[in-house]
Every structure is written in structure tokens, then in C-alpha cells.
Design a protein around this ligand. Structure first.
Ligand code: FAD
Length: 459
């Protein structure tokens, strides 16, 4: 982190700033989402004095409701698995639209190759995030809400200064030996230090709402996340507690820019573009007539850390959420980062090597997800998802990827490599459509398309 010039928060005079209260601690965690709460809990448990700062107050709305099986071991280590169970809807798998009798294929987590748990959960994020933040506090972290970090300056590898303002008009400074940035898509440290870079391969935006009375899947598939692809992107249906269904579309930005008029109508028109999804939603009620839109995303940071600081969760990188990977990557990444912070504080000489290893591992896992994400709407991947074959246990390898088991299990990694090889062969055979899709995606990311027909329609 480069030293930055301190700005005076909230228009205070320099005298006020000089008189500001100063606190000190071992580690400051910026952001009280899943990544921040995980880091704060585990660092406090290791005996560090941790100040966690969340600018909002829990419970606060957040999107990102579908969790992965590989999140469960992290919950267990944190000691919150029972609480998640109480909050969540049982999620046995993910299903994708298909041209078979029932209209979809289920990828049941119980069929995964490795030892990933056979299910996950789907949660209201405001309840889940509050529970995790409360847990960090119960574990010994000084977890504050309504406290926003406004400025950060690094005087030395073990001396960072943060300016904090509170939503009650207060202001103070903290001196910390280490900074964990878990500020989500605000990417506080990364943005301030110009480390954030847009992903040229993949840009998208989302529009979504919550419905009551949407049709769940039948029988044992009732808790599945359902994924549908359509001409401008993909759509989700996520069953939440109390019969609510989260429904949304992730679209190429040019499509969302066409929006004229009210967001509610635009959402409903968009959902109708997938007849199979619409059949399940058409008679449901959009709760509070409330529709939310998020802007473009998909980015990473050129570095994950440096002397005395580390980025975790969305503060480091964000992937398109088609495989519900965000919360898992945030929490497991935070858990790994905690080990690095701990060892670096004990033995500073090891910090560079430990951080390099951490970043390599996180990027490798993200790249495995990204391979599928970038190609998800392409013709070849669509065919493979619609008509999966379990030759060489490839389908089971894909299920393991969907479960989030893509870091450490050799037999899964082998299947994912094999899958890539077979994909390349199919893409070669169907090269015209694959090339058209690839060019379109790059043009989208550069913002060259303003609307109209997609190359898939032309192909
Ligand atoms: C449309 C969409 C759908 C998604 N669906 C899924 C899904 O189904 N499953 C899934 O796993 N993921 C999903 N995600 C991704 C998921 O939302 C994120 O990956 C996840 O929330 C990351 O957690 P985090 O802790 O890194 O950040 P966040 O959860 O964003 O938490 C960051 C926190 O930092 C606080 N903060 C920011 N700046 C400051 C500051 N300066 N000072 C103090 N506090 C600050 C914020 O208020 C926030 O509470 C989805 C994302 C989108 C956009």
C-alpha cells in the first residue's frame, strides 16, 4: 500500500483532526460482510486485538444468497454451522434448463467426486451477515457498526493509520499493525491505490427482486438453485426461507442500458425472455414491488497484499455469480489470509513468500471458476450443461466445481483439466459459433455494443 495523503474527514479543521482520539490495535478489519467477519473472528481467537469496522448497521440488505457445500467446513471451523442451518433453506444441488421431459438437469452435490458436503444452504444475507458479525464480536473482536473508514495511510510496514467517521457524527483515528481490507465491491484499499482492474473478458450487470408464490422445484429438488440462460445472459431462482424466491437476471451491460421506464416492468419483461423460468414466476407477487439493479462488475486487483496489509473477498476480486462462488471465496480466502497475517506478525521475514503463496492459491481457484463462467453462455458449454455425460467422471468433476471443491482435491482437479481439453475439442469442431461468442464478449467488455442482435442469434 503506497502512502496516501490524509484528507481531513467530514470537512473538519486541521485542529479538530489533531485533537481526534487515537486508538491502537493489532489488526483493523475494514468491512463486516462474510470475509470481514471470518477474518475478525479467527484473528481475535488467535489472541490479537482486532477492531472491525462496518459502515452500515446490521441487518443491512445484501445480494448473494446461495451458498456452496464447501462453505460448510468453514462454518464448522468458525463454530456457526448450527446457526446457518437454522437460517437457511436446504440446498441439495443446482439445476440447469435442459430439453428433457421435466425441462432441467439437476447436479446433485451428493454425487460430487471428492469429500465435499452433500448439500449447502440458501440464506437471507441480512440475517446471515448479522449472525456472522455478532459471532465475530462474541469471539473477541471489537466489532463496530456505523463506523466508516475514510482514509488510510501507511507510515511503515507495521504502522497504518486509519481515519474513521461514525454515523453519529464522531471521528477518530486508529493505528494498526496490520490491515485486512474486506470492504467488498467498494474495494477500499485497492481503489485508493489504483490496484483495481476491470476484467476485459467479462462484464455484466444484474436486475433482481424477491417474489412470493413462485413455483419451487418438485420433491427433493425443491431447494435447488435454478439457472436459466437467455440471449442476454443468465437468470437465477433461489428459494429462500418463508416461501420467498429470489429471482434475477445477470445481463450483458448493453442490454440493461436499453431500459426505459420503470425497473419493475423491465424486470418482468426480461424474465419473460425465459419461458421456462416465467412459467414458475408468472403468478407470483413481487414483494414490495421492489427491484434492484447492480452496475457492471468483474474485476480483480493487481496485488492481494503487501507489507502489513491484505485484501480479502470482493475487496480483492469479484467474479460473475453464476456459480454462487462469492461468499465461499470470500470466507475461505479470509481464513487463509488470517494464517498469513498471524505468521507475518510473528515472523515478518516470511511475509512476502506467504503472501505470494496465498495470492497464487486464490487466483488458481478463481481461474477454475472463471473458465466455466466466461464460456457459460457460449454454444459449446450450453450443450455440455444441457446434456451432461459422465465419461471419465467428468460430470461429477463439474459437480465438485459447483460445490466449490476446486482448490485441493487432486481427482477433481484432474477432471477439470480433462474437461477443458474436451471443451477445446468441441470448440474446435464448432469453431464458428465459439469465435463469434468470444468476439462478442470482448466487444461487450470494451463497451462497443449498444444493443440489438447478439451474435448467437446471427450464428
Ligand atoms: C447479482 C449478484 C448475485 C450474487 N449471488 C451470489 C450467490 O448466489 N452466492 C454467493 O456466494 N455470492 C453471490 N454474489 C457475490 C457475493 O455478494 C459477494 O461475493 C460476497 O458478498 C462477498 O463478501 P465480502 O465480505 O467480500 O463483501 P461484502 O459482503 O460486500 O461486505 C463488505 C462490507 O464492507 C462494508 N464497507 C465497505 N466499505 C467500507 C468502509 N470504507 N468502511 C467500513 N465498512 C465498509 C460494506 O458496507 C459491506 O457490509 C452475488 C453478487 C451479485 C452482484
Amino acid at each position: 500500500m503506497r502512502a496516501a495523503t490524509l484528507a481531513v474527514p467530514n470537512g473538519m479543521s486541521m485542529t479538530d483532526q489533531a485533537n481526534m482520539a487515537v486508538e491502537s490495535c493489532d489488526v483493523v478489519v475494514i468491512g463486516g460482510g462474510p470475509a470481514g467477519s471470518t477474518a475478525a473472528t479467527l484473528l481475535a481467537r488467535r489472541g490479537y486485538r482486532v477492531i472491525a469496522l462496518e459502515k452500515a448497521r446490521h441487518p443491512r440488505f445484501h445480494i448473494g444468497e446461495s451458498l456452496l457445500p464447501m462453505n460448510l467446513p468453514v462454518f464448522e471451523r468458525l463454530g456457526v454451522l448450527d446457526k446457518v442451518r437454522q437460517l437457511g433453506v436446504f440446498k441439495p444441488g443446482a439445476d440447469f434448463e435442459a430439453e428433457n421431459e421435466r425441462g432441467y438437469n439437476t447436479y446433485a452435490f451428493a454425487r460430487a467426486l471428492g469429500n465435499s458436503p452433500p448439500h449447502a444452504y440458501q440464506v437471507w444475507r441480512q440475517d446471515f451477515d448479522k449472525m456472522l458479525y455478532d459471532h465475530a464480536r462474541e469471539s473477541g473482536a471489537d466489532a463496530r457498526e456505523g463506523h466508516e473508514v475514510r482514509q488510510i495511510e501507511q507510515a511503515g510496514p507495521r504502522e497504518s493509520w486509519l481515519d474513521v467517521v461514525t454515523d453519529e457524527g464522531g471521528a477518530y483515528r486508529i493505528q494498526a499493525r496490520y490491515v485486512v481490507d474486506a470492504s467488498g465491491r467498494e474495494a477500499f484499499v485497492s481503489s485508493k491505490n489504483k490496484l483495481r482492474r476491470k476484467n476485459d473478458e467479462h462484464q455484466s450487470a444484474a436486475i433482481f427482486g424477491h417474489f412470493r408464490g413462485a413455483e419451487p422445484r418438485a420433491g427433493e429438488d425443491a431447494g435447488n438453485i435454478s439457472i436459466y440462460s437467455f440471449a442476454h445472459g443468465w437468470m437465477w431462482m433461489i428459494p429462500l426461507p418463508d416461501g420467498v424466491m429470489s429471482v434475477g437476471a445477470v445481463c450483458r451491460p448493453d442490454y440493461l442500458k436499453q431500459r426505459k421506464g420503470r425497473a419493475v416492468e423491465f424486470l418482468l419483461e426480461t424474465l419473460q425472455m425465459s419461458p421456462a423460468l416465467w412459467r414458475r414466476v408468472q403468478h407470483a407477487e413481487l414483494i414490495g414491488n421492489e427491484v434492484r439493479v447492480t452496475g457492471n462488475y468483474s474485476y480483480d486487483s493487481t496485488r492481494m497484499g503487501g507489507p502489513g496489509w491484505v485484501l480479502v473477498g470482493d475487496a480483492f476480486a469479484f467474479l460473475d455469480p453464476v456459480f454462487s462462488s462469492g461468499v465461499y471465496l470470500a470466507m475461505s480466502g479470509a481464513e487463509q489470509a488470517v494464517a498469513v497475517v498471524d505468521q507475518s506478525l510473528r515472523d515478518p521475514d516470511r511475509e512476502p513468500a506467504l503472501q505470494r503463496k496465498l495470492e497464487k492459491r486464490q487466483r488458481a481457484g478463481m481461474a477454475r471458476f472463471s473458465f466455466f463462467i466466461y464460456r457459460f453462455n457460449g454454444p459449446v458449454m450450453q450443450d455440455m450443461f444441457r446434456d451432461p455425460r459422465n465419461i471419465f467422471q467428468l460430470e461429477q468433476g463439474v459437480i465438485s466445481m459447483l460445490a466449490g471443491d476446486l482448490f485441493d482435491t487432486p481427482k477433481v482437479l484432474l477432471r477439470l483439466r480433462l474437461f477443458k481439453l474436451i471443451y477445446a475439442v468441441f470448440a474446435l469442431i464448432d469453431w464458428r459459433r465459439s469465435r463469434a461468442e468470444h468476439r462478442y464478449r470482448l466487444a461487450q467488455a470494451r463497451g462497443e455494443f449498444t444493443g440489438g442482435t447478439t451474435p448467437l442469434d446471427k450464428a
